[in-house]
Every structure is written in C-alpha cells, then in structure tokens.
Design a protein around this ligand. Structure first.
Ligand SMILES: Cc1cc2nc3c(=O)[nH]c(=O)nc-3n(C[C@H](O)[C@H](O)[C@H](O)COP(=O)(O)OP(=O)(O)OC[C@H]3O[C@@H](n4cnc5c(N)ncnc54)[C@H](O)[C@@H]3O)c2cc1C
Length: 436
C-alpha cells in the first residue's frame, strides 16, 4: 500500500483540532454519483447531492481539504477570480445577473451551513478592498454599478475612512462589504465533509481516482484499492493532474500563491497599523491580502508564481508587508509560511458543466474559490438531482486548450505583463506618490 499523505504544515493544520479521518477505498462499490476531489468543489457537490436525497461516493487522493481549500487566505468574497463585481466577456445581462446573484446566494449558504452544521470556523464579517490608485472616481462608479445591478450593498470609503482601519498612506480609497467575511477554511472544509458524511455520503481519503471508463450506461472510476460504479461522475480535481482526463489536464494551468502567518503581534502595534477586524485586499492584479487572526497574528498573502516555490516565502511576504506598513519593521516575526496551487483557465472563470452525458466538471476556481465552489456544487447537484439547467449559464466558459505543460509559460508572460502594468501605475517613475 502506498504511503499516506497528510496535511502540509500550515497555521490551519496546526489549529484544526480533532476531526474525522476517512477510510481508503478497498473493493468495489456502487453509488448514484462518484465525486472526485475532496476540496470544497467536490465536498459542496457531495453535500448538495445528499441534501437532495442522493447517495454519492467521494474520492480524495490525500486528505479532505489537503489542496487549496484547506490552506487559502480564508476570504469569503462575492464574485469570481475574474471579477468581484462583474464577469468578463459579452454575457447577456440576464445571464450575468443570474451568475452574480448565484454567487451572493452561495455566500449566504456558507454562513447558513456553518450555523446549521455547527462548524467552528471563526467567521468574522466584513471585507475592505483598497486601491493603490489615485483615480477613486472609477471605484465610486464601480460601487454604484454593483449596487444598482446586483444589489451588492457595497460602501465606497474615502481615503480618510480607510486610514482609520489601515494606518498607511498607501491606499487612496476603499470598498467595504458587510456581507463578505473571513474564516478558518480547513475547519469549514471538514465541517462540510462531516455534514455530507452524516447524511449518507461515503467519503474515502488516500484514494486517488486513476482511471475512468464507460461501463454500459455507467461510469467506472478505478483507484489503487477498488472501483466505484456510478451513473454520474463529477471531476473536482483542480490542478493536481488527474491523469485520467487529458482534455482537462491540457486546459487548466497551475498557479502558485503564498501565505505567511506571523507570531502574535503586540496589541499596540496592531492598533497603529492593521486596526480592523475586516479582511483587507488591494485591487492590483498581483495583490496583497491580509487579516488579523483570533490570536493576534497577522495572516499575509500574495504574489503568484508559475514555477518552483521561492526559497524564503516568509521573507517575501514580510517585504510586501513592510512596503505597506513600514512601522511593523522589527516589530513582527514570521512564524510559518506555505504555498498552494490553484487552477486557472484563460477566462479566469470556473469550468462548471457536463462534458459527456453523466460526466461533469466543477473545477478551475483560480484564486477566488470559497464562494464559487459553493455555487458550482449547488448547480451540479441541482442538475443531477433535479435536471435543473442553471449550470448552462457557464457553458461559455468551457475548456479551452492552453498548451498543457507549455500553457504556464504563456501564463507567466501574461502575469509578468500585468505586474509591469501594476508597477508603472502605482510605483514606477510616473506614478503619483502617496503622501502621508
Ligand atoms: C494560498 C492560496 C490562497 C487562497 N486564498 C483564497 C481566499 O482567501 N479566498 C478564496 O475565495 N479563494 C482563495 N484561494 C483559492 C481557493 O482556495 C480555491 O479556488 C479553491 O479552494 C479550489 O477548490 P477545489 O476544490 O477546486 O480545489 P482543491 O481545494 O485544491 O481540491 C482539489 C482536491 O482534489 C484532490 N485530487 C486531485 N486529483 C485527484 C484524484 N485523481 N483523485 C482523487 N482526488 C484528487 C486533491 O488532493 C485536492 O484535495 C486561495 C488559494 C491558494 C492556493
């Protein structure tokens, strides 16, 4: 039997507490649906199915929440990676409305589920998106558009108001959302797994799907130790190279991003810098995102990479932090840092839909997955359990060939271009300098 894979060392795995472990699949079994991948995309699908009376089997190659779902920033924000107040492409207004409204409903569902299933995930309400740019009129217009079109309830905050919460001259304005929140993502992921399992979903860890083949009207999913036969299969494997689906493997590319958590910070130092309970992120392409954790540590995330992990993630994150809050130099110390991988498509929108009869996708959520994985899970569960066609709104964001292993080089070039644009706009010789 192959070696068991456990969580990498993160703040979340250190503070997870007692949770269930699930057995490895041994032998053959049958199910209504076989869900592949035990991140939030797979688990939300499985929970949506059991809540509608179906009995899925979920296969996870490692541990529940081992991937991005259990090691992210914990920001639960409206919208998608492609946009938090709008989506790309020429989408008819009614379709756009349904997609964005679906997101807001999914955000509510996360809160509801955390209460219904008593998930101890430390929800703290409120997010603040801040801008390094001086053109605050553009931001005000965006807020008006989001409120008028999608009823998002956003507030535009002046520079002064932002500075009450973020004591730095870096930011020129902000957008506050009382509906967004932040939480402990690994505990939430386990809570969703426990809720699905208690209602009849069979979950297997250390059980990678190795091959999928057609067997009459059913699909057969093989693992090293057994096989699942089901009418439907839902692939939620993100970037971890399923190996069994070349189209998917050649259509999404992996992007790494990083998180660092400090040792507990003196209360006075927090008051004079990150003086807010809200999670904060800036609106640059390669943004900083941060929040204060319940034990007065700062979680700071950002940057993306397409190749090897940097040698010293903590040093990179601290340097980014000191650019915004130089007052913290010498006052904070990194305790732990880690990297995580997320799946991107060229649209930066997820792939949610049916590829062949009974063969579904719910994947590629990029760096903004907490809410969209919940939406995707609901759409797929509704489609399978109730023949609902709501998922078809995502048809236009299907799989595009991105060059497989070479796609990441194109992505690297695009990313470098956007970083250069960010630099010229906010920091370069022609950018307007922030004044205190
Ligand atoms: C560092 C970091 C910070 C982020 N911060 C945020 C944030 O603050 N807010 C936000 O909304 N989003 C954030 N994201 C993005 C978000 O975490 C992801 O979009 C989301 O978790 C994707 O969920 P998923 O289930 O698709 O993928 P994952 O959580 O990666 O799960 C995929 C699972 O599939 C399993 N798997 C793969 N292949 C197989 C196989 N063959 N058989 C069985 N199982 C398999 C893997 O082991 C893995 O557990 C962040 C991501 C990272 C990496």
């Amino acid at each position: 039997m192959s070696e068991k894979i456990d969580y990498i060392d993160t703040y979340y795995s250190r503070t997870l507490g007692a949770v269930a472990t699930y057995p490895e699949l041994v032998g053959n079994c049958e199910a209504d649906v076989c869900v592949i991948g035990g991140g939030l995309a797979g688990l939300n699908t499985a929970l949506g199915l059991v809540e509608r009376g179906l009995k899925p089997v979920l296969l996870e190659a490692r541990r529940i929440g081992w991937g991005a779902s259990g090691r992210n920033g914990g920001f639960v924000l409206r919208g998608f990676d492609a946009g938090d107040i709008d989506i790309p492409g020429r989408v008819p207004p009614d379709q756009k409305f349904r997609i964005m409204k679906g997101c807001l409903d999914a955000q509510d569902l996360i809160r509801q589920r955390s209460m219904t299933y008593s998930i101890p995930c430390d929800i703290v309400s409120g997010s603040l998106a801040v801008t390094w740019g001086t053109d605050t009129k553009e931001l005000e217009d965006d807020v008006r558009y989001a409120n008028d079109t999608f009823d998002m309830g956003l507030e535009f905050w002046s520079r002064q108001r932002v500075q009450e919460h973020c004591r730095t001259p870096r930011y020129y304005a902000g957008v506050f959302s009382k509906w967004d929140f932040h939480f402990h993502p690994l505990r939430y992921t386990h809570g969703i797994a426990a809720a699905a399992s208690s209602q009849g979903a069979r979950i297997y860890e250390q059980s990678a799907a190795l091959k999928i083949k057609k067997d009459g009207a059913d699909w057969c999913v093989q693992t090293a130790g057994g096989q699942v036969k089901a009418k439907h299969v839902v692939v939620c494997t993100s970037v971890y190279g399923s190996g069994f689906d070349r189209k998917l493997d050649f259509s999404v590319f992996p992007v790494q991003t990083y998180v660092m958590v400090t040792k507990p910070v003196d209360r006075h130092d927090l008051d004079s810098t990150i003086n807010t309970p809200y999670c904060v992120y800036d609106l640059r392409f390669a943004c900083d995102y941060y929040r204060v954790l319940p034990d007065r540590r700062i979680l700071w995330g950002g940057r993306v990479g397409l190749h090897a992990e940097p040698k010293d993630i903590s040093a990179l994150m601290l340097a980014d932090m000191f650019k915004v809050y130089p007052q913290l130099k010498g006052r904070v110390e990194a305790d732990i840092s880690w990297a995580g991988r997320q799946a991107y498509t060229p649209y930066r929108m997820p792939v949610i839909g049916q590829r062949k009869p009974g063969y579904w996708y719910n994947t590629a959520f990029g760096g903004h997955g907490m809410v969209p994985t919940t939406l995707g899970g609901e759409l797929i569960a509704r489609a399978i359990a109730g023949h609902d066609g709501g998922y078809r709104d995502f048809d236009r964001y299907g799989l595009l060939f991105t060059g497989g292993p070479f796609g990441r080089y194109v992505a690297q070039a695009v990313y470098s271009y956007w970083c250069a644009c960010d630099y010229m706009r906010y920091e370069g010789p022609f950018a307007r300098r922030p004044s205190p």
